[in-house]
Design a protein around this ligand. Structure first.
Ligand code: RIB
Ligand code: CA
Length: 302
């Protein structure tokens, strides 16, 4: 069983398309969290995408606010609606009434040792699920996270990555408690960007996800001159999805303990890779450094 916790989000949409292509719908559950845009919009986007690609996949809405501090968003990147203003009908399906954090805790108990979680947004739902089910770290097989920038290439602040910066308290809870964590950092995504031809090759096919991603991309190209002028494109969430669902594309990784600063100061939301910590009670995190280029492109193709 797989849970994808997400804040769609244009790169989230590509990652969800990969999951819909690679996983049977009965093994997939989607939970949403406020991040790129507000909870209502990311949940509407997830419902709209699933309606076209995998209507039988269960959907749960989660946290609307971070555990602490003021909410932030990335509407300047993803548009106020989260999908760059792409003209579309409102989704007909609604999420389950149960909160995403309750669903995560329940599914972990129902699938002890086999539940795999992929987190593509702020980690608020996961921190809440740990509070609801303290045994979560022993129940979850593994957790793949897109987040953090140990080299401090800030995309949300001077030196912090968005998913962690949006809820650093939740992120510190997750890195301190969870085990079998793989982290796809913003740094790694900067090292694996794609040309426009490569990007358009990912959705050149005839599948429903390919058609949707192509339409979203073409709309953005037509309406966002800054995006259209890019010579290369980042796809952080799809890289995390590739690491989880096609691990053979990982070329190199290292293991260290990770800590998150949440003091409200200049380093608020910074992820610190503690290379000297070999004994603390938190588990080491596998940080991906590089991918095999051909295998990665195959994994991102929908
Ligand atoms: O920093 C990149 C991350 O923030 C991605 O998950 C993107 O979707 C945004 O949520
Ligand atoms: Ca995301």
């Amino acid at each position: 069983m797989y849970i994808i916790d997400t804040d769609p989000g244009l790169d989230d949409a590509h990652a969800l398309a990969m999951a819909c292509r690679m996983l049977p719908p009965e093994q997939l559950v989607i939970t949403t969290v406020a991040g790129n845009v507000g909870l209502g919009a990311v949940t509407e986007n997830a419902a709209w995408l699933l309606e076209q690609w995998a209507p039988e996949v269960a959907l749960y809405a989660g946290a609307a606010l971070p555990l602490s501090g003021a909410p932030v968003d990335a509407a300047h990147i993803h548009g106020d609606d989260g999908l760059a203003g792409f003209p579309r009908e409102r989704a007909t399906r609604r999420p389950h009434s149960e909160h995403a954090a309750v669903a995560i805790a329940k599914l972990a108990r129902q699938h002890p040792g086999t539940l795999r979680i992929i987190a593509l947004g702020p980690l608020t739902n996961l921190a809440l699920a740990i509070a609801l089910e303290p045994g979560l770290p022993d129940l979850v097989a593994d957790l793949t996270i897109m987040g953090g920038s140990p080299a401090q290439h800030g995309n949300a602040s001077l030196n912090a990555e968005f998913n962690i910066f949006a809820d650093p308290v939740a992120a510190e809870v997750v890195f301190a408690r969870m085990r079998h964590v793989t982290l796809l950092t913003w740094d790694a995504s900067l090292a694996h960007r794609f040309s426009r031809a490569e990007l358009e090759g990912f959705w050149a096919g005839g599948s429903a996800p390919a058609r949707t991603l192509r339409a979203l991309h073409e709309h953005r190209i037509s309406n966002d001159p800054e995006y259209a002028a890019n010579t290369d494109f980042g796809r952080p969430d799809p890289l995390a999805m590739a690491a989880a669902l096609a691990p053979g594309c990982i070329a190199s990784a290292r293991e260290h303990r990770v800590r998150v600063v949440h003091d409200g100061g200049l380093a608020h939301g910074v992820t610190v890779v503690d290379e000297r910590d070999a004994t603390s009670d938190r588990a080491p995190v596998r940080l991906i450094d590089a991918f095999h280029a051909d295998a990665l492109r195959t994994a991102l193709t929908v």
